[in-house]
Design a protein. Sequence first.
Length: 576
Amino acid sequence: MFIRLYLLCFALIVSYTSFAEKIVNPHGLEKKDKNPDYYDVVDFYNRMAASHSNISVYTAGPTDTDDSLLVVYYSSGGKVDIPAWKKSGKIIVLINNGIHPGEPDGIVASMQLLWDIAEKKVTVPENVVLAIIPVFNIGGATKQRAFSRANQNGPDITGFRGNAQNLDLNRDFMKMDALETSSLVKLFQTLQPDILVDNHVSNGADYQHIMTLLSTQHSKLGGPMGKYLNSIFEPALYKDMKKRGYDLVPYVNVWGDTPDKGWHTFVEIPRFLSGYAAIQHIYAFVAETHMLKPFQHRVKSTYALMQSIIGFAGTNAEAINNTRKEQAKWIAGSNRLDLDWAVDTTKPVMIELKGYEGAMKPSDISGQPRLYYDRSKPFVKQVPFYNSCTATQSVQVPVAYVIPQGWNKVISRLKANGVEIQKLKADTTMQLTVYYIADYHTGTHPYEGHYLHDKVKVRAEKKTMVLKKGDYYISTSQPAKRYIVEVLEPTAPDAFFAWGFFDAVLQQKEYYSAYVFEDLAAEMLSKDADLKAKLDEQKNKDADFAMDGRAQLHFVHQHSGYHEPEHMRYPVYRLE
């Protein structure tokens, strides 16, 4: 029996050793002319987890493909214990890769970083935990093809931007159309990361810098976190990256023009992963390597930035934890919250740009003037960067929102984001503020599977509303307060209304036959002096209306008891 047990243990050791030996060193992948195959990436992480007790691979949830979304953890203690990490004050850094699989820098850099950590070439502070999404957009990653990235300097064959539903997942974090988005949102709620790093490759202007950084807009983030980000966190990253050999510059938000005159900060809204993280009180950074730099240089700069952020997290864990707690208190105590923002053009900061001179020359295709950059004429100059924003719209936060039952797509998304929802236990009446949609504009072309609404205007009325048992009551006195307000206020740029989740109320359901309603309308006008006065007033101020019999009949219907109350009534009520 002892001999059999010995032989079994020996066989397991041999099997384990041979399995571990098959791990492919990811250094050198940046020199290839092709993205690493998705299943090779998965195999690498599984083998690393099998060979190192500090590395674990977990399933975060389903995706729009047949493959699950994976998250890879590294912690000095080895055991994956999120409550214990939180209790001990460890900083959780979530690194997301491949939201756009044609931008593979982070996919490769994260593999190399974890390899070097396992080989003890790189040290992760004991108070920092890494959570790595190897590839977020699996559907796009498995569509390897040439020509996906027309402006990118390698690799020659990359993944595709759209997922299995052909969605750009970096526009999906409010509407949550993709299963992988729902899985990542669920991970956010479970993991509660302190820092997000989302790895990308930029498009846009030409310049000398390899890495640009898009941080959460500090004015929009606001509160203690906004101040700490702008005055301490970001400056420390710029300083450290310079030591690592990279002159970091803010994301060059310039399109069709040259950056030598400066540029505006990118104000990310919550549809973007970084903007979504910000309303969850998470420090968010988007690494944007420059598309025209060689792939291997981009990978190395992404690696360096992740190291820089991890190092800062370890040294400043207490401050990061404290500012996040203070941010939550600040939001909890805010009676008004801002909904939309614009760049403040009166408060630029001067930054150093290492660029190339741009000029115009005739196009070889059209003969018309076209922009080009002359790399034989590099320059270094100070340019204005407009990094502050002002609120253009704010709202008084209600005590609660009430949503009638039936709006299941909205309720499911609220629940997925950790919103506490109560159901009314009995029929009741409440004095509520009710919005009516007074005006809105809808795009003429689809955007990520929706026709977006903007320029939304509402009219508010106080009404006594009859509510049914089972309707939803959502208090704003909860941790998800900022998220709740941003999705339920219809004038917010990324509200559920903007994405069309309430479009059914914009369409009238009950109509009439004109030849029948004519007589009824005449009778109503003869008995209702106020209604007749409204009709006459509209005739006097609108000559076309005065000559349009059908429009006048419709006007009477709209202002009578026959007009359904649900039409244009926003089905989210405010308890003030």
